[in-house]
Design a protein around this ligand. Structure first.
Ligand code: SAH
Length: 255
């Protein structure tokens, strides 16, 4: 059983390579094969073993290169060939990362899997924007939802947003108009504060703020592109502005 391979699902964090865990870096350094998606930054990939084979399975919205079943099959095939396979995923593997499906694929093939958690972009974005997701004066609940097209209208978000609550929406840039309508239909006030945090933790990060009714216009006006998170609730008013952020980030980059 010596040459038995291994699959490790590794959270790559929100973008900034400094936000990888020590365990993630160790796994990358020991990898024979690194299978990564489009959200993983070059700085993170640069930490992989120089002899490792890097395979991209970029999965940006509407630009699927490899269907999920094929990614599972690829991981299994490489592990069965005796390789140490790191499946590197943006943020945390178990927060909208399809990590669960890859665990099932490995288990179905009789392979064991290890999971290395990562800093989800929701947490990275909150820290970088200095926008606490909970705050005793503003919010005592936080929910993470997916805003992509498929099934959006069937998803029940009732009660997840409103006074004293923070809603963090992943993958919501393309569907922001439907998202704003959905929340207002659920009874949320059109002047609920919202923030859009684009490319969180990266040097080109932006934090944009407005009110719920203006969300789709804000995204259009500012040309917001994925990856970005939408934060809905009173905490969206807190934190630093993009200009301040630019200064901090560039100081950090220079240091
Ligand atoms: N597993 C990831 C989420 C994958 S879903 C995590 O834990 O963060 C992909 C979505 O994550 C994107 O559409 C975007 O909404 C969000 N995202 C990932 N990285 C981001 C970043 N650096 N800044 C803002 N949003 C990000």
């Amino acid at each position: 059983m010596d040459n038995e391979g291994q699959i490790i699902l590794v959270g790559a964090g929100p973008g900034d390579a400094d936000l990888l865990t020590v365990r993630a870096v160790r796994a990358l350094q020991a990898a024979d094969v690194v299978v990564h998606d489009g959200l993983v930054s070059d700085d993170v990939l640069a930490l992989a073993n120089p002899h490792a084979r890097l395979i991209s399975v970029a999965k940006r919205r509407a630009r699927h290169t490899l269907p999920q079943e094929e990614i599972g099959a690829l991981l299994v095939r490489e592990a069965q060939a005796g390789h140490k396979v790191v499946r590197l995923k943006g943020g945390d593997p178990f927060v909208f990362g399809r990590g669960g499906e890859e665990v099932e694929a490995a288990q179905a093939a009789g392979l064991s899997v290890e999971i290395v958690p990562g800093i989800s972009s929701a947490l990275g974005a909150a820290a970088a924007a200095q926008m606490p997701l909970t705050h005793r004066d503003h919010a005592s609940t936080v929910s993470f939802v997916a805003g992509q097209c498929k099934g959006l209208s069937e998803q029940n978000w009732a009660g997840l947003a409103g006074k004293g609550r923070t809603l963090v929406i992943f993958m919501g840039v393309a569907t922001s108009a439907a998202i704003a309508d959905k929340l207002m239909d659920d009874g949320l006030s059109p002047d609920t504060p919202v923030a859009v945090i684009e490319r969180a933790t990266l040097p080109t990060m932006r934090v944009l703020r407005s009110l719920l009714a203006d969300l789709p216009l804000l995204i259009e006006r500012e040309g917001v592109k994925s990856p970005a998170l939408i934060v809905v609730g009173d905490v969206a008013r807190l934190g630093v502005d993009s200009e301040v952020l630019m200064e901090t980030l560039s100081v950090e980059t220079r240091a």
